[in-house]
Ligand binder design. Sequence first.
Ligand SMILES: [Cu+2]
Length: 522
Amino acid sequence: MLALKNLFLRSTAVACAFLAAFALSGSRAQETKDMKGMDHGIHGQHGPKEESKDMKGMDHGAHGGHGAKEESRKATKKDKADKKPEQAKHSHHADIQKKKMPGMKHAGHAGAQHGAQSKSDMKGMAHGHEMIGFLGPYSMTREGSGTSWLPDATPHEGVHSTFGDWMLMGHALINGVYDHQGGPRGGSKTFVPGMLMGMAQKQMGDSTIGFRAMLSPDPFMGSNGYPLLLATGETADGRTHLVDRQHPHDLFMELAATYSYKFSANSSFFLYAGLPGEPALGPSAFMHRTSGMDIPEAPITHHWLDSTHITWGVVTAGVVLNNVKLEASAFRGRESDQYRYDIEQPKLDSYSARATWNPTRELSMQVSWGHIASPEQLAPNVNESRLTASATYTTPFTTPFGNDNIWSSTLAWGRKMLQPGDTLDGFMFESAVIFQKTVTLFMRAERVKENELLEDVPVFATPPVFYVNKISVGGIYDFPLAPHLKFGIGGLVSKYGIPDVAKPFYGSDPTSYLVFFRLKVS
Ligand SMILES: [Cu+2]
């Protein structure tokens, strides 16, 4: 217990120091970048304050060349007519600016002089003002974990700077959690989950190259992870399954390179390779989607939907055609082993394909299928086919108290077809509302067909297969510490729907809760 506490304190201290340094360097770099590094192609995002300032004074129509499609869809004839003089004025303005600021190609950045604007202007503005993606010519906010997509309306995360021709980005989220899971199979633990991410991007003509590294503090919590009722998947010791516990993530969650080539204004071809990396399978991983990233525990559907987000050896090729992405991956099927600090042996013995469609700025939908060779170390003769479908909806909205609110939800289904073995479905719905970047309310509801939960119970000749249900609700209150750093405190409560066959083991009505603090660089 003492050792655990020491570990917790040590890892928290390291995380805090890292985050503080990161946030400070980020905000310093921000200022320099605003002055000189500005280029439309690799144009950085702005922190919350700069952005709302810019957005207030910015006329959307004057933002020439960006998001033209959405604009024409939204703008009425009258709007267009109104904007003409603005545009003229603006390009003149941009000319002056170009002279003043070397390297600035982004016509319309300093739009503070432009007049009135509406809500839809602000949306379009957010669109036009972002850097383009690693994989294609669209707003970078569209990109989730691996090569997955999120809605374009996903809010900015992270701090940005430049290094020569390189655009650098980073973000981080560290939680300090006290976890209590109720009932006879529950338990308690204090631990530090989270992630640190660094990205670099360079544009050369129509080509974009990128590098990404993502680290997790999870291994410090020990190889048996943390108590999480009804969760299954992976192993702590190479002998027994982790049941009613969530595995820790590996220290290296992603080390990946990307290349994309833009062959028309809205279309591209791309390659992605990672060790580890994420194949084209499932929705964006839970810690990367707006609806799930503020929830400090893993979903119990993790191994139905997004557990392949850390895969040892991935190569993906894909094509982006406007708002559609088609891609296929070859990757290693075997999940991470219990040694969470190492780089594991890559292999390409499994494959997947995914189709994603972002019909509007607010919506992203995907279907994907994968064949996963021998995923479980403890059941090496069982392969898995996995089918998933999901939709994520993210939108800004206004309240009587202000504009700066975000609502994001994800609905997902995953089917595991074990070969040989059971076919198991998992369903998940999660939703988060963030008011004024300060108050976050979230919920997650899941329904999963499980075959592993009671496999260690000697009463059963063959382990029973049954549905379990879980619902969690919670919230966070954030305090800003620096322009890109906030500190939050939060809590979460979970209740379960457990069938009669499992009640003798779980209790008839267990309740679990988490209390946590977090540091977020965003
Ligand atoms: Cu995971």
